[in-house]
Design a protein around this ligand. Structure first.
Ligand code: AMP
Ligand code: MG
Length: 505
């Protein structure tokens, strides 16, 4: 009897010309131990793996055992890092095992992160430390549960070997699943080499894999730019909607699929501050919360530069067309942003004053140092209490919900002044209950708060995976109020507050 394949690999990237990648094998590690395996995701990917055979899973997801059909490779790419162009980056600590087609018919990369050096490792060791692996696991799965496009976590394994950073840390391997790992920086790799054939091959590959409807477009490469711009504009609007700060939106960390990728120093806002930066390496605040849309546009401009030779043989015409896309990026972001925030305050219908109403709340939140997540969730609670009717008991509940909302602000007056404006606007919505339900479905109660991630990581470094597992459970249903996870909805106490995050490479 023939064995069923563990992974039904079909490796399209490996079939691209040699200069797109370098073939490389994971380097075996001494003592692989499974930390976590994402059974439901594995099932969705059609992987035939026994969840209870943890030794086997550890062997596979550390890179010690290569599943049949894998064609491991490191992808070549370039990128602007904090504005400086690096013509040669590439997967320095990531190895693509191959691709499978998931239950929805979407091709997915399966990649090991931290499985040893590659030809692109430069001075790096090709390894990952436990902390960043756990952070990526939690945040990827939280993003999925929040409904924000992002790469996924399939597995995490401890290697049993140390890695040397500022201190000695346990090594780990993270298995990432992505719609693809093609980045803006992949295009820059070929553009920097004036490799027009490479650019065309890459563009055709991306169109085929992500935007097949563009194959018949009159100007497919311009349409590709437009589509990637659209996805990025929407993605960043959604980041802002949950208070997400990516931390390193370099062009090599921007996918053309529109998925969030690379959760190095990322963090979520606690109190709302539009200029908030957590990353220790972002001294200038280039990637501050509020700067993310402008940076996304800048990154799309870099992609546009790469595509110019394909867009039009006449360079001036190509520049004009690309500029049109960049201009529309701003409009598209604005539209996506107001669509996100309108829903956050319970509005289904559109009125010209809505953006001002949202800005008024954000200004009050900033001044009142209000917690971003709690404020919107409490506003949803208030909408629910208001929608419940006007009996005496309901009035009590409404007053309580209003007090909870207002108490999130210091001082309270700003919140109190804004509420009547909101109520007046909400009264013009067709249904109060509908508005309340909408708000509950877009304003999470639970996000992976920075202090909880730190807590999970430091416990894991002491050998206790309990807090990691519990946090992972907590972020699975972010829009539900589950009493057993109520503590995860709370903002940090002063001494728990995370001030800085680190790349951890
Ligand atoms: P990142 O900041 O994680 O997006 O990584 C930027 C670049 O540095 C990529 O080319 C990575 O592959 C590379 N890199 C990061 N960490 C390591 C490491 N430990 N070993 C080798 N290369 C690395
Ligand atoms: Mg990266």
């Amino acid at each position: 009897m023939r064995n069923k394949p563990l992974f039904k690999f079909d490796n399209s990237y490996a079939r691209l010309p040699e200069r797109f990648h370098a073939s490389v094998y994971p380097e075996a590690v001494r003592g692989p131990t499974l930390i976590k395996f994402n059974g439901p995701l594995a099932k969705n990917l059609g992987l035939d793996l026994d969840e209870d055979d943890t030794a086997r899973l550890a062997a596979i997801f550390s890179g010690n055992v290569l599943p049949p059909g894998a064609e491991p490779l490191a992808m070549a790419y370039a990128g602007h890092q904090f504005g400086n162009f690096q013509p040669q980056l590439g997967d320095g600590r990531a190895i693509l095992l191959g691709e499978v087609v998931d239950a929805a018919g979407i091709r997915r990369d399966i990649q090991l992160k931290g499985a040893g050096p590659t030809p692109f490792s430069r001075r790096g060791d090709g390894r990952a430390a436990l902390g960043p692996v756990l952070r990526e696991y939690i945040v990827s799965e939280a993003m999925a549960a929040l409904g924000i496009p992002a790469t996924r976590a399939l597995a995490a394994v401890i290697t049993g070997e140390p890695v040397y950073r500022e201190t000695t840390l346990p090594g780990a391997v993270f298995t990432r699943v992505a719609a693809s790992h093609v980045r803006v920086g992949t295009f820059q790799f070929f553009a920097a080499r004036e490799d027009i054939d490479g650019l065309r091959t890459l563009s055709d590959y991306v169109i085929d894999r992500h935007y097949a409807d563009l194959k018949t477009a009159e100007k497919p490469y311009l349409a590709l730019l437009e589509r990637v711009a659209e996805r990025q504009a929407e993605l960043v609007a959604r980041w802002l909607g949950i208070g997400f700060i990516h931390g390193v939106v370099n062009t090599d960390n921007v996918t053309v699929s529109g998925e969030t990728i690379d959760f190095g120093p990322c963090a979520f806002l606690d109190e709302y501050d539009p200029m908030k930066v957590f990353s220790s390496i972002d001294a200038q605040g280039r990637y501050a919360y509020r700067n993310q849309p402008g940076i996304a546009q800048w990154n799309i401009a870099r992609l546009a530069e790469c595509l110019l030779p394909l867009i039009d043989a006449d360079q001036d015409a190509a520049v004009d067309q690309a500029n049109g896309v960049l201009k529309r990026f701003g409009e598209r972001f604005q539209a996506a942003w107001i669509a996100v925030f309108r829903r956050k305050i319970g509005l289904n219908s559109e009125e010209p004053g809505d953006a001002d109403l949202v800005q008024g709340l954000l200004a009050a939140m900033h001044e009142g140092r209000a917690d971003f997540t709690l404020t919107f969730r409490r506003l949803a609670d208030l909408a629910s209490a208001q929608a419940a009717g006007d009996g005496k008991a309901d009035e009590q509940a409404r007053l309580q919900a209003e007090a909870a909302f207002v108490e999130g602000f210091m001082p309270w007056e700003k919140a109190e002044a804004w509420l009547p404006l909101w109520r007046e606007r909400l009264a013009r919505e067709p249904s109060a209950a509908g508005a309340a339900a909408l708000m509950r479905s877009v304003n999470p109660a639970i996000i992976p708060r920075n202090h909880r991630i730190e807590e999970a990581i430091s416990a894991a470094l002491d050998g206790d995976l309990g807090p990691f597992n519990r946090l992972l459970d907590a972020v699975q249903a972010p829009y539900e109020d589950r009493p057993e996870f109520a503590a995860y909805a709370e903002s940090p106490r002063d001494e728990q507050r995370v001030l800085r995050t680190f790349c951890g490479t």
